[in-house]
Ligand binder design. Structure first.
Ligand SMILES: *Cc1c(COP(=O)(O)O)cnc(C)c1O
Length: 386
């Protein structure tokens, strides 16, 4: 059976050309970049070349990039780093209710340490209102953290408008861009952000490596202390192969970005239309236009996300759900509840996230199989009375 991977928001495969560049840094080029001998210098040069490549993708200076272990660490480092560096200035953070757990959990922990957090509501499409950001800013506000695009529903936030407000107020702006870097254009100057998180494995690089962009002059307490790596901003011997992979993935993304968008948009829109036209009582979650080119998220009435996911998997189709069990908790996705879905609709959600190798044929297959699965499951559902 042909397997179709439609879970690219969860992770993506490392491209063969990325892996190829990484491999020598596990074996023959094993130097520690901090070593002064030739082995070390070889590794140092490769790390700095990767930093320049990544800087090219997001339009920043190489010195503004701190390599980390991934998106989660970057988010934690941004929040803790900024709040602790600015303790004398204030203690207030503004974020949204639909952030990734990598932002929400640190925020909740910061609250326990005495910091104040405002969690902004979103509208039915998942959009944060820039006016609400403005209204929430006080003279104690230090940081606003709003994600660039949501991983579940794909909604892209008006970060440019939000940054106009934070600049005016003299407040720092962080964005979790893990879902957008390598997927759509991300330019730190156009966005106007001071800090930005990204992760390699979401755009065809390896897992366990990411970066935090920190605009020059931004004060940041290190999140991991120890040696003097990353200009004393992030201790620990560099993950050299991972960083090389991140750099290569960034170089490829920069070259391919327009192609990626142009390839995915028609596939996404055909899948959305096909589902809405062929299955009754289905709603699209997220913004109809301001959404990631890869993201399709729908709620199917009367049935469970898990059930759909498992039936799709039997047909070789890999998707994801915001429903309960898959996340190991009883509550459905906080994102789906925040956009106003009932528990029932939130439990009936399914996300398809497309990638660079998906084809029209893959969409044909989903559109052939998925309506049949829904029909069968509804026939077994006690909620379905038709
Ligand atoms: C995947 C993801 C993260 C976490 O990144 P990791 O590299 O897996 O730690 C954070 N934020 C968003 C929006 C994500 O999609």
């Amino acid at each position: 059976m042909k397997r179709i991977y439609l879970d690219n928001a969860a992770t993506t495969p490392t491209l063969p050309s990325v892996l190829k560049e990484m491999l020598p840094y596990f074996s023959e080029r094993y130097g520690n970049p901090s070593s002064l001998h030739s082995f070390g210098q070889e590794a140092r040069a490769a790390v700095e070349a990767a930093r320049a490549r990544l800087a090219g993708l997001i339009n920043c200076q190489p010195a503004e990039i701190i390599f980390t272990s991934g998106g989660t660490e970057s988010d934690n480092a941004a929040l803790f780093g900024v709040l602790y560096a600015n303790k004398s200035k204030g203690d207030h953070i503004i974020t949204s209710k639909i952030e990734h757990h990598a932002v929400l959990e640190p925020c909740q922990w910061l609250e326990k340490q005495g910091f104040k957090v405002t969690y902004l509501d979103v509208d039915k499409y998942g959009l944060v209102d820039p006016a609400a950001v403005k209204a929430a800013i006080t003279d104690k506000t230090v940081l606003v953290s709003i994600m660039h695009a949501n991983n579940e529903i794909g909604t892209i936030q008006p970060i440019e408008q939000i940054s106009t407000i934070t600049k005016e107020a003299g407040v720092l702006l962080h964005t979790d861009a893990v879902q957008t870097v390598g997927q759509i254009e991300v330019d730190v100057d156009k966005l106007g952000v001071d800090l930005l998180s990204l992760s390699a494995h979401k755009f065809y690089g390896p897992k366990g490596v990411g970066a935090l962009y920190v605009r020059k002059g931004t004060r940041l307490e290190p999140y991991i202390r120890g040696g003097g790596q990353e200009k004393r901003r992030r201790a620990s011997t560099e993950n050299v192969p991972g960083i090389i992979g991140l750099g290569k993935a960034a170089e490829i993304a920069k070259a391919e970005i327009n192609e990626r968008v142009a390839h995915l948009l028609p596939l996404r829109d055909r899948l959305i239309k096909g589902i809405l036209d062929n299955i009754p009582e289905v709603i699209l979650n997220g913004h109809p236009v301001q959404r990631l080119p890869k993201n399709v998220n729908v709620s199917v009435k009367y049935i469970e996300g898990e059930a759909m996911l498992l039936k799709l998997d039997l047909e070789g189709i890999a998707a994801s759900t915001g429903s309960a069990c898959s996340s190991g908790t009883l509550d459905p996705s906080h994102v789906l509840l925040a956009i106003g879905l009932t528990h029932e609709l939130a439990h009936g959600s399914i996300r398809f996230s497309l990638g660079r190798t998906n084809t029209d044929k893959d969409i044909d297959h989903v559109l052939e199989v998925f309506p049949k699965i829904v029909k069968k499951l509804r026939q077994m559902s006690p909620l379905y009375k038709k």
